[in-house]
Every structure is written in structure tokens, then in C-alpha cells.
Design a protein around this ligand. Structure first.
Ligand code: N01
Length: 530
């Protein structure tokens, strides 16, 4: 008999809720977490300026109305420390700490067909067996540092934003080089600029960013909002992004140009990426409509940045707006008006090497005291591929995914019985409000495990044919949009050698949930139950 019913890998939003959900269903569960604290992405990404780009009222668990009512967020967009405090509150309120083992990295998981159980090995050398293995490893946890020649010779400290020292970094009086201008780089840059003697921002690809218009939560608004939380959550579950936003419902191309400008400006003024990009129905599927929105955003950069040549360099042109994750910032572009900030174009003159005193590009030398990498992640599949996962016949998951990650519904993989992936490749995951998608997956997995027990089955395994059909559907939906036109982490383009496969499901949170529910209602259609 297995040691446990369920092993959960990772104690972020997904692992924490999984602990609660499985235990509430009467199952024995243990969560292994590599970090010294819970929180996953919110534990590791403690760089200054880290803030969620989904509003706090949405980026929170919905499973407990009591929790929903008792917790008060202080800001419209919560900063990293507040999200972490929230998760600690949840773990304490629901008594989850005894189920979570920190400082323990899962290194391998092997399916034992004879015993119908997983053998899970951790870096403390221990091995546990479990009937089910739930991978809650996060979509953006395998961070990447580019292999720059000479990095090991650099005389000063260097940091990756996703492994930021918990007690902070003092950049006072320092010349700092920042590499990476995605969501993270755009958040951390103004914080570094406020302290450093000089900040050099090394930009390879200019990025779009909308304002947050972050503000304190008004207690009156909060009271009124909480009175309607349940029906709001219902609307969120049925929505496209996991956040109920209201668009015009019309295509931009059918709208008079002046009206488009008015609509976009109103949304720009109220802040937030989802309502802005969601204003018109054709922005993410029609290049002409997309160009109108992109030009509107470039105009905002031009009117913010004083030096026209810097402004032009900051104007994104390499991809349709939204096809890479839209960044949010209230102060990134204005930061380039500061005398101690320099934008360096490493698209035209790439970084050639790092040396003890700084960094060389094809046409210049930059003397630096510290380097910051905001260079992103081996997304969606990276964290799982770093665990030695072996399914039926000892086949490694890395071998199955050599041509790119594949799964059925983004939650299970053929050849890997009783292994479930929370917000895995082929599910809405990063293209949705993650907390809502996490809850949906955890509950679906829990229900499946309970169903197996109550119907006399011990294993569930996705059928290869179901997986093939699902991945074909994921691809078809993606290629009906502008998303594949960008060299983004959505397609693995940021990792040298990674197969180019579009993995998030773009069919919408509501329709996706409905499909998952249909599969369950049909006795887990597409799975072999044994
Ligand atoms: O990572 P990224 P991120 N030389 O991959 C550059 C979520 N998130 O950590 O575009 C030079 O987006 C790279 O350049 P290029 C959110 O989903 C959310 O910023 O490849 N540059 C790019 O500029 C987000 O999308 C929040 O040309 C190199 C940057 O590094 C996801 O996390 C906040 C390079 C990487 O950008 C990842 O964001 C933060 C090299 N060798 C993150 N390699 C919020 O909720 C990479 N780059 C607000």
C-alpha cells in the first residue's frame, strides 16, 4: 500500500489549495516545496517592485466565502509582500502547515505499474510512494540566466530577479546594468533607478506597457463589492480570461477612428491590461486592428519620454500588441527622463561579453558595479522537465516532450497514469487569472480522484488519441490569433533550442471549464480507467 494518497509538488497558490482540497476529500496528502517558504512564484520573485497585474479582488481564492469576506486587500494591484501575507493567512486559517514540507526539492517521480503508484524521490534522499502525483510546480518557476561569455569573471554581484535576496539589495551609489525588459524588468527598473548612481537598461526587444493606475482599496467600495462576491466569482468562471471585463463587443475596424481613440484613452486612463486589450473584439485576431492599438500605445510613449530618439527606441514594433504578455507600469517610460538612466539598444549592438569591470557590447563598453537579470523563465514545461519524471515503461517525460509539451486538457499526459498537472501545457493557465484556473484544476483533479475511488478504479490515464485531438485543438485556436507571430515564452522562443509550440489554451476560461466538466460528466471521457 502506498505511503500517501497524493503527493503534491510545489507550495504556491496551486499546492496550497491542493493540500486543502485533497485533505477535505478524506485523502492523505503531502506537499513538497523546494523553497524555505510557501508562495511559489510569490516567494521567489521578491525583487523590488514585484506586483501582480491582476486585481487583488480577482487574484484571490474563491473556495471559501468566509476567507473572501475576512481578508482585505490594501491595493488594487497587490504587491508581492501582501500576496505572500495572504498565502500565509490561508495556510494558517486552514491548518495546512503540517501538510507542507519546506526545503525539500522533488528530484524524481517514477510510475510503478506493478503497484499502481508513484515513487517520489526528494533531495534529502527520501522516497515516498503515492497513488497520485499532482504537479503544482508553476508555469514560471524555472528561471533562466543567459550564458554570456565571461559572466563568471564579473567582479561585482549579479542577481536574477526570480532569486532575489530576501533581505534586499542596496544599490545606493552603484552603477547597475539591467538585462531584460519584460514584465519583470519593467517593474524592477524604476526601483533600481531610484537608488542607483546610474542604471543602464539593456533592451533587446521594446515592450508594450499600459498604466496600472494602482491605488489604495476604498473601504466603501470594498464593502459594496464583497456583498456581491459570489455572483462576481460566477461571472469570472464563465468569462474568457477568468476576470469579468466589459469590452465594447464591437470590432475596432467597424468603429470611427475618433471613437476608437476615445475608447482607448478612457481605458488607458482607468488602467489595467485586460480591459484595455479587451476593448475591441478584433485586436488579437486582426493585424490592422492591432496596429491601431499599437500606434495608440506608441503615441503614449512619445508623449511621456522627453528625448525623441529614446522614445523611438522604446516604441515596440517587433510583434503585435498583446502577442507577448502585456506589461503594466505607472512609471517605467517616465523613468527614462531621469538623468541617471540610460537605455542601451542591444538589438543593434548585442552584448558581446562580460568582464570584471562591466559589460561589452558590439559598439561600446559599460562599467558596472552590479548586474541584474530579468531574463525570464523556461516557461510552462521547464519546471517539470527539471524533475526526472518517468511514466509507463520508464519513459522520461522529457522524451515524451522532446518535440514540445503535450497533454490532454492541460491536466494529464498519456503514458503518465495518475499524474496530474495543475495549469499544465494546453490549459488556459498563463492566459487567464491564474488563481481561478488553479482552483478549477485542483477541484477537477480532486473530483477525478474521488470518482476513481468510488467507482472501484485505481488508475486514470489520458488516451493518446484524446491528447492528440486536444493538442490539435490548442494549436488550431492559437493559430487563429496573432499570438504565434511573437517570439515569446508562450511558444518557447526565449529558450535556445526549445521546440516552438504554442502551449497555453486560448479558447477561453469559461468554454475550457465547460469542456472539462463535460469530460468528467461522461465518466472521464478520453481517459482509460483501470
Ligand atoms: O520574463 P520575459 P519576465 N540577452 O521572458 C530579455 C509574469 N510576470 O520575467 O524579448 C538580452 O517576459 C528578453 O528579451 P527578448 C508574466 O506572465 C508577471 O519579464 O527575448 N536580453 C525580455 O526582455 C510575464 O510575461 C508580472 O528580446 C534577454 C526579458 O529578458 C512572465 O512572468 C510580473 C536575453 C525576459 O522577459 C515573464 O516575465 C513579472 C539575452 N540573452 C512577471 N534573454 C506581473 O504580474 C532574455 N532577455 C506584473
Amino acid at each position: 500500500m502506498a505511503d500517501l494518497d497524493v503527493v503534491v509538488v510545489g507550495a504556491g497558490f496551486a499546492g496550497i489549495y491542493a493540500a486543502h482540497a485533497f485533505r477535505s476529500a478524506g485523502l492523505s496528502v503531502r506537499v513538497f516545496e523546494a523553497g524555505s517558504g510557501i508562495g511559489g512564484t510569490w516567494f521567489w520573485n521578491c525583487y523590488p517592485g514585484a506586483r501582480c497585474d491582476v486585481e487583488s479582488k480577482d487574484y484571490s481564492y474563491s473556495f471559501s466565502p468566509e476567507l473572501e469576506q475576512e481578508w482585505s486587500w490594501s491595493e488594487r494591484y497587490p504587491a508581492q509582500p501582501e500576496v505572500l501575507r495572504y498565502l500565509h493567512h490561508v495556510a494558517g486559517k486552514f491548518g495546512l502547515w503540517p501538510l507542507i514540507q519546506l526545503n525539500t526539492r522533488v528530484t524524481a517521480a517514477q510510475w510503478d505499474a506493478a503497484r499502481s503508484e508513484w515513487s517520489v524521490t526528494t533531495d534529502d534522499g527520501a522516497a515516498r510512494t503515492a497513488r497520485f502525483c499532482v504537479m503544482a510546480v508553476g508555469c514560471l518557476s524555472a528561471y533562466q540566466v543567459p550564458s554570456l561569455p565571461g559572466l563568471e569573471t564579473f567582479g561585482g554581484p549579479w542577481y536574477h530577479t526570480s532569486r532575489w535576496p530576501a533581505d534586499g539589495v542596496d544599490f545606493t551609489g552603484k552603477r547597475v546594468g539591467l538585462i531584460g525588459t519584460g514584465s519583470t524588468g519593467i517593474q524592477v527598473a524604476p526601483e533600481i533607478a531610484a537608488a542607483a548612481a546610474h542604471l543602464y537598461v539593456f533592451q533587446r526587444t521594446a515592450n508594450f506597457a499600459v498604466p496600472n493606475r494602482n491605488r489604495a482599496v476604498d473601504p466603501e467600495w470594498e464593502r459594496a463589492f464583497k456583498a456581491d462576491y459570489r455572483s462576481y466569482r460566477q461571472r469570472a468562471q464563465e468569462s474568457f480570461l477568468g476576470v469579468p471585463i466589459t469590452g465594447t463587443g464591437r470590432p475596432a475596424l467597424a468603429e470611427p477612428p475618433a471613437e476608437i481613440q476615445r475608447t482607448l484613452m478612457a481605458r488607458w486612463q482607468s488602467g489595467g491590461g485586460m480591459p484595455f486589450l479587451g476593448a475591441y473584439t478584433d485586436v488579437l485576431v486582426d493585424r490592422a486592428a492591432n496596429d491601431i492599438v499599437a500606434e495608440f500605445m506608441r503615441d503614449r510613449i512619445r508623449e511621456t519620454v522627453a528625448d525623441p530618439s529614446v522614445a523611438e527606441l522604446l516604441c515596440p514594433r517587433a510583434y503585435p500588441v498583446g502577442a507577448k504578455r502585456l506589461c503594466q507600469s505607472d512609471d517605467y517610460f517616465a523613468m527614462f527622463n531621469l538623468p541617471n538612466v540610460t537605455l542601451v539598444d542591444i538589438r543593434s549592438a548585442p552584448i558581446s561579453s562580460v568582464y570584471a569591470g562591466g559589460l561589452r557590447t558590439a559598439d561600446s563598453v559599460y562599467e558596472l558595479d552590479a548586474l541584474v537579470f530579468a531574463t525570464g523563465f523556461d516557461a510552462i514545461s521547464g519546471a517539470l522537465n527539471r524533475i526526472d519524471v518517468r511514466g509507463v515503461g520508464g519513459v522520461p517525460l522529457t522524451e515524451k516532450w522532446a518535440g514540445g509539451p503535450r497533454s490532454y486538457l492541460g491536466v494529464a499526459a498519456a503514458g503518465f497514469p495518475n499524474m496530474f498537472i495543475v495549469t499544465g501545457p494546453g490549459s488556459p493557465s498563463v492566459f487567464s487569472n491564474m488563481v481561478l484556473s488553479i482552483e478549477q484544476h485542483v477541484e477537477w483533479i480532486r473530483d477525478c480522484v474521488v470518482y476513481l475511488g468510488s467507482h472501484g478504479y485505481s488508475t486514470a490515464q489520458a488516451k493518446p488519441s484524446a491528447e492528440d485531438a486536444w493538442m490539435a485543438h490548442v494549436t488550431e485556436v492559437a493559430y487563429s490569433t496573432l499570438f504565434p507571430l511573437a517570439d515569446s515564452w508562450y511558444v518557447g522562443a526565449n529558450i535556445p533550442g526549445k521546440p516552438r509550440v504554442f502551449t497555453p489554451y486560448l479558447g477561453g476560461v469559461g468554454p475550457y471549464r465547460a469542456r472539462c466538466d463535460e469530460v468528467a460528466a461522461a465518466g472521464y471521457e478520453g481517459f482509460v480507467l483501470d
